[in-house]
Design a protein around this ligand. Sequence first.
Ligand SMILES: Nc1nc2c(ncn2[C@@H]2O[C@H](COP(=O)(O)OP(=O)(O)OP(=O)(O)O)[C@@H](O)[C@H]2O)c(=O)[nH]1
Length: 423
Amino acid sequence: MKYKILLIEHDGSSLRVLKRVIGKANLDVVTATSLTEAKIIFEHSTPESFLCAVVDYQLPDAKHGEAIDFAIASFVPVIVITSQTETDVRDRILSKAVVDYIPKSNAQIYEYLSRLLTRLEKNKRVGVLTVGGNNKSRSAIYSLLTRHNFITYQAANAASAQKLLQAHPHIKLMITDQALPDSTGVDFVANVRKQYNKEQLSIIGTSDKADPALLANFIKSGANDYLRKPYCHEEFFCRVLQNVEYVEQIEVIKRTANTDYLTGLPNRRHFFSQVSDIIQRKPEQRSLALLDLDHFKNINDTYGHDYGDIVLKETAKMMKKHFSQDCVSRFGGEEFCVFMHDLTPEQAFEKVEHFRQAVSERVFKRRTKRIQCSISIGLTHLEAHTIEDLLCVADEHLYKAKAKGRNCVIQDTPHKLPKAVGE
Ligand SMILES: Nc1nc2c(ncn2[C@@H]2O[C@H](COP(=O)(O)OP(=O)(O)OP(=O)(O)O)[C@@H](O)[C@H]2O)c(=O)[nH]1
């Protein structure tokens, strides 16, 4: 779903720049040049369809920030832009429940606004948990986070916080106070770290105590950051965003390291760790298939490497769909692998045989070119202890499938005799 931004701005040149900035963040923009126009827009649409409102502090019919109050009262998060940089205006704006305040001081602020809008959209998928024994202070943090579109949770003690962490794996940040009824914040952080490392969950410790050792204790016990109360609105969000982005960046790095760049399938390394975990859990049934496109070199040589890439990507898409319940991987070149568990050998055979047929019937099209290709498959169900052993047997079967003329499945029969099927 593409979110909308309500832009309330009367200055023509600023309006044009802001529209471009919002478009850059891949969001739709609805404009109003006055508070009256904004009210009419809300009469004809639901505030929930707006990700946020970008509001000029001073409008012809709302000279003292009344448009901000209107948007907040309509439950739309508000980013204020203003050419007034006086401290009292800034303080007045920040005393309202706004997301942020951006002075129109230089071109760089538009870049900041674009990043902020992208962040507000992403925050809708990020969970943040606030833990603290003091209801008022915890609720204040909770309300600040809600303003930034985070999925927010709160817990009054360590035990309920642990339960929330377990129940909601999308929680990427926990903000915990030192004063908890059933633990100290520092001990609680140390406990949480036994289960969640810094790459999975960022933690910020907070306290109103002016004890310099507390910061160090929090960090040594596993917190990523520390925030001394009282804090200012802007510092709070800078730290929250920095810590959320840390976890997200690690996720991107992990995803990139585990994914085959061409097809988007898990790569060989990721497949090994995924399958080794399953094998250790000793599922009753397990089968492994090695799949290799036939005469793929001919496709490259005849139609070009780009076309070969298309065939690989399309085959990968077919695999994702056909083996959606199983572990699939591109091993490299034109070779793929599938690990199936909790299927009988008969079911596993039927599944790979259907896939072989689907590939041989598939016409790969690009402009005027239309070609077909086939796939050979080695399949094993043997009770091997490691993935390497299973691969070794599947590879022998694949070799036999190629030797037999390709476009077929060779598997170990219940009597362990390789048998040709297909063609
Ligand atoms: N387009 C493209 N080709 C690749 C890629 N990786 C490997 N190849 C090509 O895949 C081909 C594999 O050729 P061979 O190992 O001789 O196997 P084959 O032609 O499929 O023959 P059989 O496996 O015996 O049926 C080579 O031409 C590689 O250059 C890739 O990412 N993209």
